[in-house]
Write a protein that binds this ligand. Structure first.
Ligand SMILES: Cc1ncc(COP(=O)(O)O)c(C=O)c1O
Length: 417
């Protein structure tokens, strides 16, 4: 019987629900802190190693602050994400601004905050210069296109994806910004999403180090920082293996020594902007069974819907489900677990083997700590759920309240009817 652990018993959950009605996402602070620490420890050999947490994964200032306290920065890609970083006390080069198709206003705020700006296109050099001025440090996002396999349905394969500069444009871009007085340069890429094979990231590091050497040899520009992007996967299915961070770090270290140290380009600051692997496994969507329905198939209807967690409906993504208090019962029933949207893909699971479920049971949907609440929406007038934090002392703090109908109507003026 496939099992995934939940940090709360049924009794504890029932107690929490008396104060905070379902549905809600709850995040495990102790596990998030331990995970962030582990990442930094594994890369402590790397000069100035920095993980800029991808704010889009869990855009909650309490989570950002916890991660900042552990030594992480923030990777932002929009105005609101920049404001969230600022409000969480994350400033200056602790912020990486990795956006695309970016409005001027966002560049202006990124400049004001002193963020490291990562440009997604060669034409953005002029755009940034015109609207916000060029900073002393600029990074560019590289898209290797046909030079690198990879990608998947989440991010697209490099040749088809809208991100980044071609190799040729990249060379031109560094030449242009150098001529315009930029003093410090960074190089970024992100070509994979939710990948569990650490070798993929080691190959990406190797590709980036080759490029750093080539840029130095052909342009005389010495790269200050390299950003490998995010994309590290998590084991959504029981039985899948998390990326071995120690293996990953050792692999990157080996190519760093071969390519960067041996070419006299040490120290080069290594950075990444992971979201999913930082918080993903430590969030849970907790929901209550409202209805059971038996037609051509058997359905369990929850008080949560795809509006609270879009991944299963959007990508057919697997999220494990635990029925609180029934962990040890035989999983001898087959259900589709659904929400209430008028969309037939509003299903958290299809043909899932689960124990017999009753109305009122508490279902825990796993691995919602990244790209979970964040991807929520209001279709069908659904109100977005609360976010709770299970603190290190075992207490629970609400870190975002649930939306109300007043919030939903806040942008409407009924008096104009
Ligand atoms: C530019 C950029 N950086 C980082 C991330 C974070 O990716 P992940 O959560 O898969 O690590 C994303 C995800 O969409 C992204 O687009």
């Amino acid at each position: 019987m496939p099992v995934k652990n939940v940090p709360l018993s049924k009794e504890q959950l029932s107690q929490i629900i008396t104060r905070y009605p379902t549905p809600f996402h709850i995040y495990d602070e102790a596990a998030i802190r331990a995970n962030a620490r582990k990442l930094l420890t594994e890369f402590d050999w790397a000069p100035g190693f920095k993980e800029y947490f991808a704010v889009k994964a869990t855009p909650n200032p309490y989570i950002l602050k916890i991660l900042y306290e552990e030594g992480l920065g923030a990777d932002c890609s929009s105005l609101a994400e920049l404001i969230l970083a600022e409000k969480s006390g994350i400033l200056g080069e602790e912020i990486m601004f990795s956006s695309n198709n970016t409005p001027a206003q966002e560049y202006r705020l990124a400049r004001k905050l002193g963020a490291v700006i990562n440009l997604d296109d060669i034409t953005h050099i002029e755009y940034l210069e015109e609207h916000a001025g060029l900073p002393e440090l600029i990074s560019f996002r590289y898209n290797p296109g046909p030079l690198r396999s990879g990608g998947n349905s989440i991010i697209g394969n490099p040749e088809e994806s809208k991100y980044g500069l071609t190799r040729r444009q990249l060379m031109d871009a560094y030449r242009i910004v150098e001529a315009k007085g930029v003093k410090r340069c960074g190089l970024h890429t992100m070509i994979i999403s939710n990948e569990l094979d650490p070798n993929f990231f080691i190959e990406t590091a190797s590709m980036m180090f080759d490029l750093v050497v080539e840029i130095y040899r052909s342009l005389g520009i010495r790269m200050e920082m390299v950003n490998f992007g995010g994309g590290i996967g998590i084991p959504y299915r029981p039985g899948e293996k998390a990326v071995d961070l120690s293996y990953l770090s050792n692999g990157i270290r080996q190519v760093y020594e071969e390519k960067i140290v041996s070419n006299g380009l040490h120290p080069l600051k290594l950075t990444m902007e992971s979201g999913r692997m930082i918080t993903g496994p430590y969030g849970y969507l907790v929901s209550t069974v409202l209805h059971k329905k038996e037609i051509y198939k058997n359905y369990v209807g929850l008080d949560a819907s795809m509006a609270d967690l879009m991944r299963p409906g959007m990508y057919g993504a697997y999220h494990h489900i635990t029925v609180a208090g029934k962990e040890d019962l035989p999983h001898d029933h087959i259900y589709d677990v659904t929400g209430s949207l008028c969309e037939n893909n509003d299903k958290f699971a299809i043909d899932r083997e689960l124990p017999a479920i009753e109305i009122g049971d508490i279902l825990i949907i796993h691995d919602t700590g990244a790209h979970g609440h964040a991807m929520g929406f209001n279709y069908n007038g659904k109100l977005r759920p609360a976010e709770l934090l299970l603190r290190t002392d075992g207490s629970v703090k609400m870190i975002r309240r649930a939306e109300t109908v007043e919030d939903y109507f806040a942008t409407l003026d009924f008096s104009g009817l």
